[in-house]
Design a protein around this ligand. Structure first.
Ligand SMILES: [Zn+2]
Length: 498
């Protein structure tokens, strides 16, 4: 990457050190312009992206100035040389802003924003809604609402970055937002190709409602709860099925808020109603506008009182007691433990004598154990006479283990009427013999008797007919040959013999 690039007007821009690097590009400081930074893409942007950047920087300066109060809007395109395609753009430098998940996540908040209480979180939610309202008024759809693009400062002001992914419209052409985070994507877009869908402000309003819920409810997601059906319920599936875990239809949808979560009645009725509208099946038509959120959050902020037990706690007036102390009594963590410490509240370190004194202050339980009485009118039976009256003494173990052989046992004398030796064992035959041949039965000799059977008349007739037929033919044949030779002339006989 060259250190010197040119803006779209031909001005020279000298790039400074890298501030941040992401998957899409690198953000660098600009020498001589401390209030601005340059975003340089890793890969050359597509012609559509270049056209979108050109359209964004071409908006009226008053409009861009208004948007830049809450967003890092592109104000110049950057080029390697004059006339070449854009390789990045210049935007406002948003220092001292952190990703908003560091604010709403209780664990990270103790580190990044240790002094922030519920009042500040309400203020951040209100400012977030106001930023959305500004962008929507100028026809901008954020599209990719997520916990990293929305940034927050120590003063709870909001800045939205990655503006080059916003959806804008220039004349008749719509430059879409091609990306999105599923947990901030509305039900009607879940599982769909975002590249092929034109977003609306109503889609942004779902992401805004999720963001405000995160801020007010200690980082909980409105669709992440205890699923009472079989298997696990992914957040994306719950969003698609409108399974709002805190809503009026949560029980019907087999959902419950997770344990130790902030009860929904800790919010004002206006906020509860807005969340219900934002996450119900009817929300696909119209969700609460950012201005409605601003109004409801402004009202809610005014009702917050400081807890007398813990300086870090703020609770709404309509509850009449501190919701955070109530949660802690139910074994929930102190979500604002760092705030009390920051305000100088005494924090008990582990001191055994102090802990023991606190244990001593615990009241003993009022219930006492008393042994049940024996039933009256009961008389014991006498001990059976056939049983020993004492338990036999336990055999004593040998004191030491010795290797000596035990003495030989002493047997009684052999009875005189028994043989003194075992009978001899029968001797088995040394050679195995085959069993004798069975005797041959004397059968009478077979005598063949031949009987001469006289042929039947049919057989005789069948024999005589061919004989009687063949005999005259033989005689006639002989006579023909003999007579011809005797009666013919010698030459003719010779010829006939040939
Ligand atoms: Zn409290």
């Amino acid at each position: 990457m060259s250190d010197t690039v040119f803006d779209h007007l031909g001005g020279t821009i000298r790039l400074g050190p890298t501030i941040a690097a992401g998957g899409e590009g690198t953000v660098c400081a600009i020498d001589g312009s401390p209030g601005f930074v340059a975003k340089i893409y890793h890969k050359p942007p597509s012609p559509d992206d270049v056209a979108k950047l050109r359209a964004m920087i071409g908006w009226p300066s008053k409009r861009i100035e208004d948007i830049c109060k809450t967003a890092a809007w592109p104000i110049k395109t950057l080029h390697k040389n004059h006339g070449q395609p854009a390789l990045g753009f210049v935007m406002l430098r948003m220092d001292n802003f952190s990703p908003i998940h560091k604010l709403y996540g209780p664990r990270q908040r103790r580190i990044s924003f240790p002094k922030v209480d519920w009042y500040c979180l309400t203020k951040a939610a209100r400012n977030c809604a106001a930023a959305f309202a500004t962008l929507h008024e100028h026809g901008v759809v954020i599209g990719d609402v997520n916990e990293s693009n929305v940034r927050v400062s120590d003063k709870m002001t909001i800045a939205i970055i990655d503006c080059d992914s916003f959806q804008i419209q220039e004349a008749d052409r719509v430059y879409r937002c091609n990306v999105g985070v599923p947990t901030f994507t509305p039900p009607e877009l879940q599982g769909k190709s975002l590249r092929h869908h034109t977003r609306s402000v109503n889609h942004d309003r779902f992401g805004l409602a999720v963001m405000i819920f995160h801020l007010l409810m200690m980082g909980r997601h409105p669709f992440a709860g205890r699923f009472l059906g079989h298997g696990n319920m992914e957040i994306e599936h719950a969003i698609r099925d409108f399974r709002y875990a805190y809503g009026s239809t949560a029980e019907f949808n087999q959902m419950q808020p997770p344990p130790h979560s902030v009860p929904l009645n800790a919010l004002s009725s206006d906020l509860v109603a807005l969340f219900e509208r934002a996450f119900s099946p009817k929300s696909t038509l119209l969700r609460p506008s950012p201005k409605e959120w601003v109004t409801a959050l402004d009202q809610f902020e005014k009702t917050l009182l400081r807890c007398q037990t813990d300086l870090g706690h703020r609770y709404p007036q309509h509850l009449g007691k501190c919701v955070w102390c109530h949660l802690m009594a139910q074994q929930a963590p102190n979500f604002f433990i760092s705030v009390g410490a920051a305000l100088g509240q005494q924090v008990h370190k582990f001191d055994l004598s102090t802990i023991w004194r606190l244990i001593d202050q615990v009241d003993f339980p009022t219930c006492s154990y008393s042994r049940p009485l024996m039933p009256t009118g009961f008389s014991a039976k006498p001990w059976p006479t056939n049983l020993p009256k004492l338990i036999p003494s336990r055999p004593t173990k040998p004191a030491t283990v010795s290797n000596e052989k035990p003495p030989a046992p002493r047997y009684p004398p052999w009875p005189a009427h028994l043989p003194t030796a075992f009978p001899a064992k029968p001797i088995a035959p040394s050679i195995l013999t085959s069993p004798p041949d069975p005797p041959i039965a004397e059968l009478p000799s077979l005598e063949v008797v031949r009987y001469a059977l006289r042929p039947s008349y049919g057989q005789q007739l069948a024999c005589w007919i061919p004989t009687a037929t063949a005999l005259p033919l033989i005689v006639i044949t002989l006579l023909t040959y003999v007579g011809r030779d005797c009666l013919a002339a010698p030459g003719q006989a010779f010829q006939n013999s040939r």
